[in-house]
Design a protein around this ligand. Structure first.
Ligand code: SF4
Length: 512
C-alpha cells in the first residue's frame, strides 16, 4: 500500500451515503449550530463511506470517480498510484510520494440556494451550514496542511466558483479548478506531479468537455451521470450555460455494472432532466428514455432505478412515457420514485421574463396548469416530486408571491414535497437586493410560507413512513424522532405564529 501520487477526497458532508437516499444530502445545507434536534440527526446521518484495507472508499461522490477515471485513462497515474478516500483516512494514505491532494467541493462557503435558505446570514437559522463548516475543517486539518510541504492542494467541483484568491490564501489552497475536468485536468495534474507546488495560489478555468467518461468505482447512492447541461436557457441557472450532451447507453450500462459489482442495488440516473435523455428540450426521444430505463432495470442485481431530476413540462408533455416507465419499474403507492424538479414560481409574468423556455412545449401562460398537470400525472403513476420554489426573483412583486401561493394550494392533493429556496444575488445588481427569509418577509411571503408548511406537514409523515421502512433503523429512528418533534412541537408554534400574522392582516384590512 501507500505511495499514492494522487489522493482524492471531499469533506464529510460529501463522503457519506446519506442512509441510502441521496435526497437526504440536502440536509447538509442545514445549520451547524442553533437547533440542537437537527444536529443530533446530523450526527447519525453523516456516517463515513466504508473504505477497504488500503484506505480506498468503496463508494465515493461521482465527481471524484470522474477525476479518478480521467487521470487513469490519460495515463497521468497508474491505478495503484491514485486513491479516493474519506478524510478520516488521509493520515493513512498520504505519504512522501503524494504530489496532489484533490478535494471536490459542492458548497464550500454555503452560498448555494439551499444553504442560503436554511442557514447563513439570510436563512432560517443564522449559523454556518454543515457544508461550509466541514469543508473548512478538512482543508485546515493538520494532515492536509502538513502535506503542503511537498504536495499541492487542488480544489475543484461544482461549488468551486464560490472561492477566490483571498479564500485560497486564508485556507491554504494551491490550485482552484473551475469548470469541467475532462480536457484540462490531465494537463494540470501532470504538470503538478512533475513540477513542484506552485509558489502562489493559482486559478485554472476550463472549457466544456466533449464526452463524459466511464467510471471505475462505485458512486454514492449509485449515482450515474447520463447527460450534462439543460438547454432551456433559464436565467440565473448554471446548467443552462452548458451545452446539452448525453452519455452513450453502453457507457451508462458499464457504470451501472461497476456499481452492482460493488454491491449497490439501487441506481440513480442523474441529469438536469432525465426525460430529455437522447434528445433536447425541443425534440424529446421518449423511445430512448424508455430504452434507458428498461436496459438499466434489466441488469442482474439492480433492484430499483430512480432519477435525480425531471422537468415538469417533460412530464406534462408525455404522460405515456411516465406510465410506461412506472410499469417496468414496478412502481406502486408505497414503492414510488422521488425526483427533484423546479416549479420556481406560479407567476406567469416571472416565468415569461426569466424562464421563458421552462414550460416548453407549452407557453409561459400555461405554466401553472403545466405544474398542476405534471403533479397529477406524477401522482397517478407513483412519481413523487420534491419541487423547489425560488423566492426573491428579480422583479418579484407581492402579487407574484401570491400567485405561487395559489398554485401550491392547488397541489395539496398530490403526494410531494415543496422546498422554497432564496435567491441571494452575489452583488447588488440593478437594485436587486438580498432578502432574509424571515426578517424581511412581508404578508405575501407569510401567506406562501403558510401554504407550503401545511402542504409539507400533510405529506412528510406519509413519505417518511415509506422511506424509513427501507433504511437502517440507526439512521431511520433519529429521523423519525425528528419528524415527530417537528410535527407536534414546531408545527404548533408555527401555526400559532401564522395565525397571528393572519390576525394582523385581518386587523389591517378592517382598519383600511
Ligand atoms: S429548466 Fe432547470 S436546469 Fe434547465 S435551465 Fe431552467 S432552471 Fe436550469
Amino acid at each position: 500500500m501507500c505511495g499514492y501520487k494522487v489522493v482524492l477526497t471531499a469533506d464529510e458532508t460529501l463522503m457519506c451515503n446519506y442512509g441510502g437516499n441521496i435526497f437526504l444530502g440536502f440536509m447538509t445545507t442545514g445549520p451547524v449550530s442553533g437547533f440542537k434536534p437537527f444536529n443530533v440527526v446530523m450526527n447519525f446521518l453523516l456516517k463515513p463511506v466504508p473504505v477497504d484495507s488500503n484506505g480506498r472508499a468503496l463508494t465515493a461522490p461521482l465527481s471524484l470517480r470522474i477525476i479518478e477515471s480521467i487521470l487513469i485513462d490519460s495515463n497521468v497515474v497508474k491505478p495503484n498510484e491514485i486513491v479516493v478516500t474519506h478524510p478520516k483516512n488521509l493520515p493513512k494514505v498520504i505519504s512522501n510520494d503524494t504530489r496532489i491532494i484533490g478535494v471536490s467541493v459542492m458548497d464550500p462557503k454555503g452560498l448555494g440556494p439551499a444553504s442560503s435558505t436554511f442557514s447563513g446570514p439570510y436563512g432560517l437559522i443564522h449559523s454556518e451550514p454543515y457544508s461550509a463548516y466541514m469543508f473548512k475543517k478538512l482543508i485546515r486539518s493538520e494532515v492536509m496542511q502538513k502535506a503542503r510541504k511537498w504536495a499541492s492542494i487542488v480544489v475543484g467541483g461544482s461549488g468551486a466558483w464560490q472561492l477566490n484568491i483571498d479564500d485560497m490564501k486564508k485556507l491554504g489552497i494551491d490550485v482552484l479548478f473551475i469548470g469541467e475536468a475532462e480536457e484540462e485536468i490531465p494537463r494540470l495534474f501532470k504538470k503538478l506531479i512533475e513540477d513542484c507546488r506552485p509558489e502562489k495560489p493559482m486559478i485554472v478555468t476550463a472549457n466544456q468537455s466533449h464526452s463524459i467518461p466511464r467510471i471505475k468505482g462505485a458512486t454514492i447512492c449509485g449515482l450515474i451521470e447520463i447527460s450534462r447541461g439543460c438547454g432551456r436557457g433559464c436565467r440565473f441557472c448554471a446548467p443552462t450555460m452548458r451545452i446539452l450532451r448525453h452519455k452513450p447507453l453502453e457507457d451508462i450500462l458499464h457504470d451501472v455494472k461497476v456499481n452492482v459489482e460493488a454491491g449497490q442495488k439501487n441506481i440513480c440516473l442523474h441529469a438536469e432532466d432525465v426525460l430529455q435523455y437522447g434528445g433536447t428540450a425541443f425534440k424529446k426521444r421518449p423511445d430512448l428514455v424508455f430504452k434507458l430505463f428498461s436496459s438499466v432495470i434489466s441488469i442482474d442485481g439492480v433492484k430499483f432505478v430512480s432519477v435525480s431530476h425531471a422537468a415538469l413540462s417533460s412530464i406534462a408533455e408525455n404522460p405515456r412515457l411516465i406510465s410506461d416507465v412506472s410499469e417496468i419499474l414496478g412502481l406502486a403507492k408505497s414503492r414510488w420514485l422521488g425526483y427533484q424538479t423546479g416549479i420556481e414560481t406560479g407567476s406567469v409574468k416571472l416565468i415569461d421574463k426569466l424562464m421563458h423556455m421552462k414550460p416548453y412545449p407549452f407557453t409561459p401562460k400555461d405554466w401553472p396548469n403545466v405544474v398542476e398537470e405534471a403533479f397529477k400525472i406524477s401522482s397517478d403513476f407513483n412519481w413523487v416530486p420534491a419541487a423547489t420554489l425560488i423566492l426573491n426573483l428579480p422583479g418579484e412583486k407581492p402579487e407574484d408571491v401570491l400567485a405561487t401561493a395559489d398554485l401550491i394550494d392547488k397541489l395539496k392533493p398530490y403526494k410531494s414535497l415543496i422546498v422554497p429556496l432564496l435567491y441571494v444575488p452575489m452583488i447588488d445588481s440593478h437594485g436587486h437586493k438580498a432578502r432574509r427569509l424571515l426578517e424581511d418577509a412581508d404578508d405575501a411571503y407569510w401567506q406562501l410560507y403558510h401554504v407550503v408548511w401545511r402542504h409539507n406537514m400533510k405529506w412528510i409523515p406519509v413519505l417518511a413512513k415509506d422511506y424509513l421502512a427501507e433504511i437502517s433503523p440507526k439512521i431511520g429512528l433519529p429521523i423519525k424522532f425528528f419528524i415527530s418533534f417537528v410535527k407536534s412541537f414546531i408545527n404548533t408554534l408555527i401555526e400559532l405564529k401564522l395565525s397571528h400574522i393572519k390576525t394582523l392582516e385581518v386587523t389591517r384590512k378592517i382598519e383600511t
